[in-house]
Design a protein around this ligand. Structure first.
Ligand code: SF4
Length: 471
């Protein structure tokens, strides 16, 4: 364990994140108080734990820089995003673009202030300029986007930390669930009357676990209540190829869905089995062709780098197979092992039982080489980076990047990642975000995750949103 004492209750999150980036497989605790006087109850300290004392008097940037340089010297690691934690890199670039700074000035600022590498600096600036161009056609400050969560999946993937319930066991609740979504749609239709939604995103979970009639019922209801005549994009995550059929695709097409995702995560059958997906690569390929045949001309694919047991050769193989399908949009994720996911528990158990010699972090393996293979593969398909975000506990301390063909970028992805527009979210486990124009202030409210509870207290979820938007 890394145990860090700080004198004042300041910058705890930043210090924790930075230490965690250098010591991903160790527990990191930041404790307020001088050594010997801090409350250590509940901490299981052993002789091998490293204890540091940090003076937090400096400015945040100086402090983080000093910690970074010290830990980099100690571990020999250089982090691609330098000491950047908790700030979206593209937001920094975007703010400086808005101030009229040149690319050179922005690059100097990011490198000198946060020690970001040349390559990541270029990526952040490139994406920020592209985002700005895409958003320039949208009056996003006066609009809003709508997110509808369908929290059911065919099975639960090993790495999943989203709200997801196996459809087999929850089938009987789907009708009531849609009824509650309809109530939430009524709320949107009433309280947002006169405002125009820019994008609609039905995500999950796996929305295509809904039967064709259920999908029609939901979208028809939405269309009958909310004016969608001006929306720029209507996405349905069709994620798992083991969840959709020709009939479902046809229902979505009829209902005006413009963008779907067909997510392989990897094009290696062995890994698919390992991560708990009950479909093969061949089925994924068939599903992709089926979606094209049904007329979908904007298809996103997601892949994950750093999946257990995969090396650079596997990533190269995945990219080669994806290139043959030529998706319009490709999101490259770095695996994030989140507490609460089955993957976290499985690996932890194996470590504890001595079944595996490697640590939690060593068993996943995203590398700079894999990131490069993915970026070059995307470029070879004519896809350009258009959004990126970073998460906690992300493999290799890298980022997730969305690439798209010209004119096919997922607008909802930009709006939500840059946090420039309010997102009204309906359904179990969803989070509504209100973006206040001034100073980018953001307030959130959550819907409960449990499906049964959501159905029972849907009115309360609506009230929470009403209060949030009355602020
Ligand atoms: S498809 Fe997505 S939401 Fe469903 S179990 Fe897998 S990771 Fe979780």
């Amino acid at each position: 364990m890394q145990l860090i004492y700080i004198k004042e209750d300041k910058y705890q999150y930043d210090i924790h994140s930075l230490y965690k980036a250098f010591y991903p497989d160790q527990d990191v605790k930041v404790v307020v108080g001088k050594s010997g006087t801090a409350d250590l109850s509940g901490l299981d300290i052993s002789a091998s734990d490293e204890i540091s004392f940090i003076d937090v008097k400096k400015s945040k940037n100086d402090l983080k820089r000093d910690i970074y340089l010290e830990l980099s010297g100690k571990t020999g690691k250089i982090l691609p995003w330098g000491d950047l934690t908790g700030i979206r890199p593209t937001r920094i670039a975007m703010n400086l673009i808005e101030e009229g700074k040149s690319d050179e000035e922005i690059a100097d600022y990011m490198k000198n202030t946060y020690l970001v590498s040349d390559e990541k600096t270029r990526l952040a600036i490139d994406i920020a300029r592209r985002e700005k161009r895409i958003l320039s056609n949208i009056d996003y400050e006066n609009g809003y986007s709508l997110y509808i969560g369908i929290p059911f999946c065919p099975t639960t993937c090993l790495y999943c930390s989203f709200t997801s319930y196996p459809i087999g066991r929850f089938k009987g609740m789907v009708g009531d669930y849609i009824t509650c979504l309809e109530k939430e749609i009524d709320y949107v239709a009433g309280d947002f009357e006169g405002k125009v939604p820019d994008t609609v995103y039905i995500g999950g979970g796996t929305p295509t676990t809904l039967e064709p009639d259920e999908m029609r019922r939901l979208i028809w209801y939405l269309r009958s209540k909310v004016d969608l005549s001006h929306i720029k994009e209507f996405t349905v995550e069709s994620g798992r190829p083991d969840s959709f059929t020709k009939d479902k695709l046809r229902a979505m097409k009829e209902m005006g869905v413009t963008r779907i995702s067909v997510n392989p995560q990897t094009m290696n059958d062995e890994t698919l089995r390992l991560i708990g997906r009950q479909h093969t690569v061949a089925e994924l390929i068939d599903a992709f062709h089926m979606a094209r045949d049904e007329g979908f001309d904007n298809i996103n694919m997601d892949i994950i780098l750093g999946l257990p047991g995969e090396d650079a050769g596997d990533v190269a193989h995945t990219m080669m197979e994806i290139e043959k399908l030529a998706p319009d949009d490709l999101t490259v994720h770095s695996l994030a092992i989140k507490r609460g996911s089955r993957l976290y528990e499985v690996i932890r158990q194996k470590e504890l039982s001595g079944e595996v010699k490697h640590t939690l972090q060593e068993s996943i393996n995203n590398t700079e080489e894999m990131m490069k293979i993915a970026a070059e593969g995307a470029a070879a398909m004519g896809l350009k980076p258009y959004y990126l975000y970073r998460q906690k506990n992300i493999s290799g301390n890298f980022e997730n990047t969305g690439y798209a063909k010209e004119g096919r970028a997922g607008i909802y992805n930009i709006l939500i990642n840059e946090e420039v527009q309010s997102i009204v979210a309906l359904g179990a486990g969803t989070v509504t975000k209100r973006v206040f124009g001034e100073a980018g202030r953001i307030e959130r409210c959550d819907n409960v995750k449990d499906v049964k509870l959501y159905i029972d207290c849907c009115d309360e979820m609506i009230e929470r949103k009403r209060r949030l938007f009355a602020l």
